[in-house]
Write a protein that binds this ligand. Structure first.
Ligand code: HT7
Ligand code: ZN
Length: 866
């Protein structure tokens, strides 16, 4: 196994000005002909080393000679082709073949249904052709595609369409030219029988063609993606001055995809989950996901494509920045058309969603064996580093620039970044330098955010001096070594530059404090009564704050904090404290129920926000809190969380029932933030009233005019143990809708109250709809059970962990990327109490000892066992 080190970076010794490709597309055997123009950068002769995997070399010559190169002039291994003594410049002509039909990894060229598609990031291009498959080799591509016209009427690649023509014998040929030099990971080809929704827009006086390609029967579900694309184009121009730079922009949907989507230049390829949206088949969360992912991939056109990464260690340069941009886009979309107060509240709802996910999943990553800085220093398999840390913490680091420099300062930094680096492959340091130089700011210390793994803790204590009328806050930041850092002898993690927004409730103080030292204090004058500190408002820094709030102070924050994020957080802390402090019998005081009651019924708070306030902290988030103090007993924690939930149902039953009635929809379904918030709160109410009023679920299920309400009713009903009639009805109604059947699998696999879950799982695994499952289907069943059903996954007999091991190995044989995602489920095993810990280690060991393990899974399990 090779470990790749950031410190090993050297530029590629050749420029590749142009790349011409001819694909003769056939599912069983595709032939790829490549003309690669090369120019040595330096005087010294140096071998030309190209990457290539799972391809067969058919022909190689130089400068279009008909005679092939003598085999002594080059060497082929299973991962490279090396030309020993190439001339200073020339044209390599290489023909290779690959077999899309047998490519189950979904990397490179693969078949999906009756179509052929590519996925090149991070290292898929080398599965089609020998090439310097690294992000810092930018080349201008011209691509000819040949295929049978009846089988593949649609032939797409990046850039602009140059020519189409029919060939004898029912074939056709299409030529594409991408005027923008790009790295190979942004290359794409699509060949298929796809329907197209298209619209034209005008930007800066130029007409642009926008196309969304889907399966013909999915065409009615493509309009929302198109609308999201148009909104994204408008937003990037308005917010960052960034135009669409091509004549056409295409989105293609496939049901076989390892991740959400891919930003190939001008030809984004998407998982259907993030394109298709129709009220009858997609939930509000699905609509939100489509908008965010369409935006994300579009925004990559500048942050990722026009300016790309020097090497894969810099992945957060494009991903952290683009996540930040899609978060801002979604926030603006939610706020659009609302009054100023409602807009602020809508933005807070988005911020809470984003931070809740970060604190659950990224903080967990930071505390485990895979912990890494947003710019990692080493990896074995790059696909394992498309992580919450690189994406979500990376986005928080970008957000801190904006917090420190202000909205205008951030924009100045972005403008300078594009001015300096358009058309280049650069580093995170280049981005930081642009931000600093555009604002004459010193961001040297800020650079440590790129170097350190782990979630920093800021311990805060306070002192009130009534006589002197001063209030002092003391801050102590710490970030002990985690993950791979634990192996570095004498590692000293220097203090970070942390922007902390702080207010003192009861005063008019609301300020941004820039922490830079391990210990520092700030004293506020003229404070006549002891205030309650509101710390890290709007989550201004991705840190964990420790302050010993009294119950009264938390109640004050919950009732009066003007920062909606911290108000939510106070309520979450009240819940978490009760659950974690006494896992045998979590209790809330009468005063706390009074606080809850007034929040739940406060009409000045949006329904979306109230739904968030009353969503208990997730099992995973609570697990982190518990394991800071003691080995985690997952059964105890699960039961405690359930008891807290039942207490909320019981004590607030009248309020839940009343909300359920008053929030009854008065108009037909429409997707927007306000309506989605009302549905979220009503469906939360449904869960709390369902055992007292079991008929409510069946009535709602039957009456629903949209998937949000229908799946909420179905899930609530089956989790309440109601009969199978609804499940069968649901399956029969939506049998032809793959994404909806995924929901059907998830509702059952994640059912915490199914006493026969093992039998249910076996039944589902044997279900005809689970034959040859694609990644979405695997996620809907296997991942849903392992990651979202803690009560059963952590069965004390270890059956959940054995199921996990079997599935990791079975999936790994076909698709290592998906298997290694599943492998990560057990990486926190050391934090568990017995017998869980030993049983988990056993399962990890079973996987680790298996023959033919992929390097993807080996890296994850190896690090976990460490
Ligand atoms: N940049 C894209 C990453 C991606 C990917 C990475 C590895 C394997 C398959 C993949 N599919 C897409 C997605 C994005 O962040 O926009
Ligand atoms: Zn991305």
């Amino acid at each position: 196994m090779t470990t790749h080190l950031r410190s090993d970076y050297t530029p590629f010794p050749y420029d590749i000005p142009t790349t011409d490709l001819l694909f003769d597309l056939k599912p069983e055997l595709t032939t790829v002909t490549l003309w690669l123009e090369f120019e040595r950068k330096n005087d010294e002769p140096v071998p030309l080393v190209l990457n290539g995997e799972h391809i067969t070399l058919q022909f190689i010559s130089l400068n279009n000679e008909e005679t092939p190169l003598d085999p002594s002039e080059y060497t082929v291994t299973d991962s490279t082709l090396t030309l020993h003594n190439p001339p200073e410049s020339g044209m390599l002509h290489i023909i290779t073949t690959c077999t899309p039909n047998t490519n189950t990894s979904l990397s490179g060229l693969f078949t999906t249904g009756v179509h052929l598609m590519t996925q090149c990031e991070a290292e898929g291009f080398r599965r089609m052709a020998y090439f310097p498959d690294r992000p810092d080799v930018l080349s201008t591509y011209t691509v000819e595609l040949i295929a049978d016209k009846a089988a593949f009427p649609v032939l797409l690649s990046n850039g602009n369409l140059i020519e189409t023509r029919d060939l004898p014998n029912g074939g056709h040929m299409v030529t594409w030219h991408d005027p923008f030099p790009k790295p190979s990971y942004l290359f794409a080809v699509v060949a298929g029988q796809l329907a197209c929704l298209e619209e034209t827009i005008t930007q800066d006086g130029a007409e642009k063609l926008l196309q969304v390609y889907v399966e013909p029967h999915d065409l009615p579900k493509a309009q929302f993606a198109m609308d999201s694309l148009k909104a994204s184009i408008r937003w990037d121009k308005a917010r960052f001055g960034l135009p669409l730079d091509l004549e056409r922009f295409m989105i293609v949907a496939t049901s076989d995809f390892n991740m959400g989507a891919m930003e190939n230049k001008g030809l984004n390829i998407f998982n259907t989950k993030f394109v298709l949206a129709h009220p009858e088949t997609a939930t509000d969360v699905d609509f939100e996901g489509v908008e965010a992912v369409v935006g994300h991939e579009y925004f990559h056109n500048w942050t990722g494509n026009r300016v790309t990464c020097q090497d894969w260690f810099q992945l957060s340069l494009k991903e952290g920045l683009t996540v930040y941009r899609d978060q801002e886009f979604s926030s603006d979309q939610l706020a659009e058309g609302l009054s100023p107060d409602a807009a602020t509240s809508a933005r807070a709802v988005k911020r809470i969603d984003d931070v809740a996910m970060l604190r659950t999943a990224q903080f967990m990553e930071d505390a485990g064996p895979m912990a890494h800085p947003i710019r990692p220093n080493a990896y074995e398999e790059i696909n394992n580093f498309y992580t919450m840390t690189v994406y979500e913490k990376g986005a928080e680091v970008v957000r801190m620039y904006e917090t420190l420099l202000g909205r205008d300062g951030f924009r100045r930094g972005m403008d300078l970044y594009f001015k300096r680096h358009d058309g280049q492959a650069v580093t995170c340091d280049d981005f930081r330098a642009a931000m600093a130089d555009a604002n004459q700011a010193d961001l040297t210390q800020f650079g440590r955010w790129y170097e350190q793994a782990g979630t920093p803790t800021v311990r805060v204590t306070s002192e009130f001096d009534a006589n002197a009328q001063t209030y002092t806050l003391h801050f102590a930041q710490s970030n002990p070594p985690v993950g791979i850092e634990l192996k570095e002898a004498n590692l000293i993690k220097a203090p970070l530059h942390i922007p902390l927004r702080v207010a003192l409730l009861g005063t008019d103080i609301d300020t941004l404090i820039e922490l830079k030292q391990a210990n520092e204090s700030i004293t506020f004058e003229n404070i006549t009564a002891e205030p309650t500190p509101s710390l890290n408002r709007n989550f201004s820094a991705p840190v964990s704050i420790e302050y010993d709030y009294s119950d009264d102070q938390l109640a004050t924050l919950a009732a009066t904090d003007t920062d909606a994020f911290n108000r939510w957080d106070a309520v979450q802390q009240i819940f978490a404290r009760a659950i974690v402090a006494d896992m045998l019998e979590p209790v809330f005081s009468h005063e706390q129920f009074d606080t809850f009651r007034s929040l739940l019924t406060d009409e000045s708070l949006s329904p979306a926000y109230r739904a968030q306030l009353f969503t208990l902290p997730s099992f995973s988030y609570l697990a982190q809190l518990v394991s800071k103090c003691e080995p985690l007993d997952p059964q105890k924690l699960f039961a405690a969380r359930e008891r807290a939930s039942r207490a909320l149902s019981k004590q607030l039953q009248i309020e839940w029932q009343s909300l359920y009635s008053t929030l009854e929809p008065k108009t037909a379904y429409a997707y927007n933030g306000v309506a989605a918030g009302e549905r979220a709160l009503r469906n939360l109410a449904l869960r709390h009233i369902s055992s007292a009023k079991p008929d409510t679920t069946t009535t709602q299920y039957a009456a629903a005019d949209n998937m949000t309400d229908r799946i909420a009713a179905l899930t609530t009903a089956i989790h309440e143990g109601q009969d199978e009639a609804l499940l069968n009805d649901f399956y029969n109604r939506f049998e032809k809708e793959a994404l909806v059947i995924d929901k059907w699998f998830t509702a059952q696999a994640a059912n915490p109250h199914d006493a026969n879950i093992t039998a249910t799982l076996q039944k589902l695994l044997a279900h005809p709809a689970f034959t040859n499952p694609n990644p979405n289907r695997l996620r809907s069943l296997v991942f849903a059970f392992c990651n979202a059903n803690p009560a059963h996954f952590h069965a004390t007999d270890g059956s959940g962990y054995r199921f996990w091991a079997e599935q990791v190995l079975a999936i790994d044989a076909k698709n290592p990327q998906v298997a290694s995602r599943l492998a990560r489920t057990l990486e926190q095993w050391r934090t568990y109490a017995e017998p869980y810990q030993s049983l988990m280690r056993e399962a990890l060991q079973t996987v680790f000892n298996a023959p033919n393990l992929s390097q993807d899974v080996r890296e994850i399990v190896g690090k976990a066992l460490g």
